[in-house]
Structure formats: C-alpha cells, structure tokens
Design a protein. Structure first.
Length: 223
C-alpha cells in the first residue's frame, strides 16, 4: 500500500510539474506573441453551446501604442494602484483582504493584481476555486519577471472581457463608443475601467459614479 501511495504521489508531482512547464513556456512565448484565444474565451464558447445560442467574438489585439494612455491609467487606477511597485502579488492588499474577511465588513475588498487577473484570463475560467488561486499566487511573480510590467498590461488590455463577446480595448472602444482605442477620452476610459469587475453586467453609460471615482483616483496618482 505504501508503494502505491508513493507512485501516486510521484505521478501527481509529474502532472503538476507538466502543467507548470506548459504555463511557464506559454508565458515566455507570450512575451512576443499575443494568444489568439484564452481560457475565458473558450469558457464563453462552451457556455454558448450549452445555451444553444449564438457565439460572437469581437477581438482585435493592438499594440500598446494604439491604446489611449487614459485607458492604461484608468485600469491601473481602478484595478491595481500598486501595479508598478509590486512584483506580481500585492501583499499589502492581500493582508487587507484577510483582515476584512475576519472582520465585520460585508463586502470583501479584492486583492488580485493585474498580473493575477491576466493569468486567470489566459489559462483558466471565471469560476473561482482554491487551486486556481494557488496557481495565480505562484505564477504571478514569474509572469511579472518573464513579461515585464508593460507587456503584462498590454496583454491584459487586449484580452479581458468588456461585454458579451467583447474582448480587449480595441473591440471595447469600437463596441461601446464607435471609436478606436487610441482615441478614448479620459471619461470614456474611466467608465470602461469601471466595467472591468463585472463586464457582462455593467455598461459604460451607467458608470457615472464609479467612473468619477476612478477619474479622481487617476488624478491622485498623477495621471
């Protein structure tokens, strides 16, 4: 019996190492190549099969130079204010979230960095589970090191959901504002950033309050 468990443990270790080799290899490739699809893209396609409904995918990756600086700043201000100072994990935000979880707050603050969110979008689905979180925690520092901050942000802006079947800044700008991502105004960018936490439910036109909060935070950060 002991021999069986040793073999089972060794097999499991090989599987885990195989997955990590795939993820790290993919991150190295993504330093230069934008993936044509992601885990979340696949999730939405599968969901459409189960609904027996149409599947639309608006997805036009562009270089960072073709994305308005306002949107880059708004997403950082809205999702990860310490993006440029942490190493993939925001320990301070994680500590705050843990305190909130053991306290009396009804709503827990998020602690996922842009890098962690990118890993989720690339390799997983929107369904949360402890295993995914552990992978995010272990891969985020590697992703920050392999890709660098600007590439992490570029991939993030090009891959995340911004509405049903809408992926990335260029598709979002054209879908919501009928303009290219390069021409987004400060207010439009803040409203788009306000949709990121719930992109399939929120619409920029309804993000007056949260959009204004993000604009104010952008000003406080010097943007």
């Amino acid at each position: 019996m002991r021999r069986f468990w040793r073999r089972a443990a060794l097999f499991l270790l090989k599987v885990v190492l195989g997955f990590y080799a795939f993820w790290i290899g993919s991150l190295i490739l993504f330093r230069w190549v934008t993936p044509p699809t992601t885990g979340v893209h696949v999730q939405r396609r599968v969901e459409s099969w189960f609904r027996k409904g149409p599947y639309e995918k608006r997805f036009t990756p562009v270089a960072m130079a073709k994305i308005s600086p306002h949107l880059r700043h708004a997403v950082v201000a809205g999702e990860d204010t310490r993006f440029y100072s942490h190493w993939g994990l925001d320990i301070e935000a994680m500590a705050d979230a843990a305190i909130d979880a053991t306290g009396k707050r009804k709503r827990l603050r998020g602690a996922s960095t842009l890098t962690q969110q990118l890993i989720k979008n690339l390799f997983f689905t929107t369904h949360g589970n402890p295993v995914r979180k552990v992978v995010e925690w272990t891969l985020a520092p590697a992703a920050d090191f392999i890709l660098g901050k600007e590439r992490v942000l570029e991939l993030y802006l090009n891959l995340i959901e911004w509405g049903p079947g809408v992926y990335g800044a260029e598709a979002a700008a054209r879908y919501h504002y009928h303009s290219p991502a390069a021409e987004l105004t400060r207010e439009q960018a803040a409203r788009l950033a306000a949709c990121v936490p719930a992109p399939r439910r929120r619409r920029p036109a309804a993000m007056n309050h949260y959009g204004a909060i993000i604009e104010n935070r952008m000003g406080q950060m010097g943007y």
